[in-house]
Every structure is written in C-alpha cells, then in structure tokens.
Design a protein. Sequence first.
Length: 202
Amino acid sequence: MDNINPCTEKDETQKKKTRPKGSIRKKLFNAVFYILILAMLIGAFVFSTNSDANKSVFGYRMYSVLSGSMTPVHPKGSLVIVRITDPKEIKVGDDITFYNPGSEQDIWTHRVIDVIDNYGNNGVCFKTQGVANSQEDPFITIGGNVVGVVVFSIPYAGYVLEFIQHNTLISIVIIILALTLIKLLITLIKPPPVKPRYGKAE
C-alpha cells in the first residue's frame, strides 16, 4: 500500500502564504531605524556644510537644546525638530524656537504664555517662558524673530547632532561601521530556518 502524504494541496498553499508576524515587525523596525539614522545624517550634513542661517529641510530645522530651561519637556541635550511656522498661527502653549532680541546668534526654545496682537507696531508678538523657569522671559519676542514651532524632540540626540556637525566625515564612517556591525550581529544571532517535514509518497 502506498503511503499517503498527510498534507493536502490546500494545506501546502496555506503554509506557503503564512509568514511569522515577528519577522514583519522586525523588518518594519529595521526600516524605521535606518530611515531615522539616514535622515539625521543627511540633515546634520546639510546644516553643517551650509552657512545660510535660514537653511531648512522640507520646511523643518533641527536644533540642539543647550540648557535645562525646558526640562522635562525638552531636556538638555535633546534634538528639537522645528517646523517653520507663520507667527499668526502660533498660540499659547506652543513651544517655539526664536532668536533672542539681544543676539542674532542666540537661539532659544521656550513656551508661549501670551500672544500680543500688535506690540509697538511689530505685528503679532509673544511672551515666553522656560518650562523649568519660575519667571517669564524679560523681553517680548516679535513674530519676525520666530523660527517656528517645535513638532517633537528626541532626548540626547542633540549631542549626536553636535558631534556630527563638528565631525561630519568621521560620523559617516562610524555610522556605516555601526550599521554593518548591527547587520552582522543580527545575522549571527538569527536562528537558522526550520524546514517543515512532510510525509513522502513511495
């Protein structure tokens, strides 16, 4: 008597179509990870090689937080992503990045606590304050000095941005080596695929 294969053709097709969910999640995580690293590298390269003070990438700018005035929302060393925004669209509670009136090179990120429609014929202006500060800032920020609104921040990534900006070529080499090492480790740790065992007809 011939041996009968226990797997029907329908079962065989179903097995081929089924994919482990963990594998899909892992591929998605790797894709997001590589995209973030690549975006940070490209952005840092653009910002470090372009002397234009108004440079941006798709309407966004990146800044490193240099003080603790916005802790715990944006702690020191964070990377803030700022969307260039029309001052008329800014409202109380927004975290904005702006040029300090006393210095064109000094850029701050503080929270809007009041919006003034027309201050000294300068259009819309803002009162600001650091989240960790007990007092508001001792100046009024005019709309023309505002860069934009903080969309989100990444803790400690500001340190990475600072390093990349001052060591661009070294950073490229380090990132390439790190990604290669990660890929190698994943390959070594990943268990070999288990081949399904089916009955054989004789």
